[in-house]
Ligand binder design. Structure first.
Ligand code: CMC
Length: 431
């Protein structure tokens, strides 16, 4: 971690102070400023954490300029093409890909934890039917800590492992329950003879009157969506999970906090927003008019599914999702899909337009994932729930890493206060 390099700060009347420079295995070096306040009485100012590494991590690496994404060192392209989601879960949690025996045990454990406590049903039915499924998910995942309190000792590695298994195994069941309740249909219990993704699709789409016929192309597409969304280093929701967990909060509460953060349109809500945008544009002939609106700073209109805080190149997940989009639409005979054609036209124009080129704005994963999910029969209101399901493994792996880190401390950012200085209170009748 430590390098022979140092960074020198000059401040005040020419005072200087050296700070160690730490190096990771790949990626930019970081200046270790932990002693800054103690030595200088000053903080750093970095709203939005544009230049701040909040932790060290061995899980995910992104090179935004090159469009590279690695989980535990493996390129996302190889994982998406050669592994299934549960192998990727094992990798994220344990640091290595499973061998045949390890994979069998892991799949077995996850499969046997897919049912939720039956009393959970009442939590779901306590919500209004028209509640947003994300509102239901935030509430019910938070409520898991009231059901599974035999695994809440965060200082016990076995408790942490059991909680992680429960979350990964039960999230599909709970997401499907949120959907079924919203639709006014009975809950469908998990089936252990199906794969993780096939089981989820069945819990979403089977009804007592008709079972769901598994289509391998569609199951594979959903599995790929899960893989591509499984982790993304220290994004807003992951940082939320880490910050919540840093106080010692239990993992179910932390994941509920992550889900709440993911709900926002600038983060997990973007694929829903991207699809709504395509619907609003309506037709290829309206693309130029829409692009002009996006470029007009006063319009407040953004090209949803474009741009990323870290990727200043084509998001590697977007390429894989584009490929999956073709596969799914072909399988379903929807290759002439109106919104897909519109998306391709929009992407082409934006990639050639000076506004987007100069700002390095490229399609992100959400640009195509909405179209794929819509083709799978998943309604837009469920998109962020699907993202939450997939990201749960990343959140829990990051949470585990933090708790096991001997350097971990409660997260406590500081501030630049620019409010009123000390003043005396004036009685109400004199204000
Ligand atoms: N459409 C039009 N202009 C944009 C867009 C966009 N989608 N994204 C950024 N810009 C412009 C922005 O107005 C700014 O222009 P200027 O320099 O003239 O003021 C410039 O590009 C830099 O943008 P920024 O806001 O500093 O970039 P950021 O890193 O803070 O924001 C972002 C990243 C993802 C919030 C933003 O690109 C965005 O809102 N995109 C649309 C929403 C979206 O697709 N989000 C999904 C992200 S991927 C899923 C995930 O990982 O959660």
């Amino acid at each position: 971690m430590s390098t022979n390099k140092k960074a020198t700060l000059t401040y005040g009347d020419g005072k200087t102070m050296d700070f160690p420079v730490l190096g990771g295995s790949i990626g930019p070096d970081v200046i270790d400023i932990r002693t800054l306040y103690g030595k200088t009485g000053m903080f750093t100012y970095d709203p939005g954490f544009l230049s701040t590494a909040s932790c060290s991590s061995k899980i995910t690496y992104i090179d935004g300029d090159e469009g590279v994404l690695l989980y535990r060192g493996y390129p996302i392209e190889q994982l998406a093409q050669k592994c299934d989601f549960l192998e990727v879960c094992y990798l994220l949690l344990n640091g290595e890909l499973p061998n045949i025996e390890q994979n069998k045990d892991f799949v077995d454990t996850i499969t046997r934890h897919t049912m939720v406590h039956d009393q959970m049903n009442r939590f779901f039915t306590g919500f209004r039917r028209d509640a947003h499924p994300m509102a239901v998910l935030v509430g019910t995942v938070g409520a898991m800590s009231a059901f599974y309190h035999d695994s809440l000792d965060i200082n016990n590695p076995e408790h942490r492992r059991v909680s992680a298994m429960r979350l990964i195994a039960k999230l599909p069941t709970m997401v499907a329950m949120a959907y079924k309740y919203n639709m006014g249909q009975p809950f469908v219990y998990p089936r252990n003879d199906l794969s993780y993704s096939a089981n989820f699709m069945r819990m979403m789409f089977a009804v007592p009157a008709e079972d769901y016929k598994v289509n391998e192309v569609l199951v594979r597409a959903l599995d790929r969506i899960f893989i591509l969304h499984a982790d993304h280093e220290q994004n807003a929701s992951t940082s939320t999970v880490r910050l919540s967990g840093s106080s010692g909060a239990n993992p179910f509460a932390c994941i509920a906090a992550g889900i709440a953060c993911l709900w926002g349109p600038a983060h997990g809500g973007a694929n829903e927003a991207a699809l709504n945008m395509l619907e609003q544009i309506g037709d290829v002939s309206k693309v130029s008019e829409f692009i002009a609106k996006v470029k007009d700073k006063n319009s407040g209109v953004k090209l949803m599914g474009f741009g990323h805080r870290v990727y200043k190149n084509y998001d590697p997940r977007a390429k894989l999702m584009r490929e999956t989009c073709h596969e799914v639409l072909n399988e379903l005979g929807l290759h002439n899909d109106r919104l897909f054609k519109l998306a391709i036209a929009l992407e082409k124009i934006a990639l050639e337009d000076e506004y987007f080129v100069s700002r390095k704005l490229y399609p992100n994963v959400d640009f195509y994932s909405g179209i794929v999910q819509r083709a799978l029969g998943i309604p837009t209101s469920m998109f962020t729930c699907i993202f939450s399901l997939a990201r749960t493994v990343g959140w829990i792996a990051q949470w585990q890493e933090m708790i096991a880190d001997p350097e971990y401390k409660i997260g406590r950012p500081r501030q630049l206060y620019d409010g009123a200085p000390r003043r005396d209170l004036v009685p109400m009748n004199k204000r």
